[in-house]
Design a protein around this ligand. Sequence first.
Ligand SMILES: [Zn+2]
Ligand SMILES: [Zn+2]
Length: 146
Amino acid sequence: MLAKGRCCHQVEYLSKACDIETFAYLATVGVSKNRLVDHQQCFQYPTCVAYNTDLDTYTTRHTNADCIFSMVSTPYKELTDLISQGKTPLISIEKGTDLNTRPRLRVFSRSKNSEYIAISHVCADGLGNPKENALPLCQVLQYSTI
Ligand SMILES: [Zn+2]
Ligand SMILES: [Zn+2]
C-alpha cells in the first residue's frame, strides 16, 4: 500500500480497522492519479501532513502550466451579505450569453431544494486561493457542465 502512494498513517489505521480480507483487498486498490501526493514526510509526524498547506508559498494551480486564462471571482459582497443574514451561500457557474462572454460565478442562498456539490481539500488539489475568492477560469470550466 505504501508503494502505491498510501500514507503510512492510513495504512496503520486500515490495518487496525479492517479484517485481513478487507485489508488485503484495499491493498490491491490504487490511489487516484488525480490525488498523487507525497506522503514520505508523514513518517516523521504523528499524523498525515501531506495535505498541509503553506499559505505564504501557495499558488493556485491552472489545469496546465501554459494556461493563460485569468481568474474568475466570487462576488464577495453578495457572499458575505448572505452569511451575515445567517444563510448558506452556494456558488454556481453561469455561462456567458455568447461565445465571447466569459462564464461568471453567481452567489445564491441555499434552500431545502438546492442541489449542490461540496468540494473539500481545495488547497491540496491546487484549487485554493488564500488571497481572494477566485479560481482560474480553466479550473472553473473543468467543473462546469456548460
Ligand atoms: Zn500522509
Ligand atoms: Zn488556467
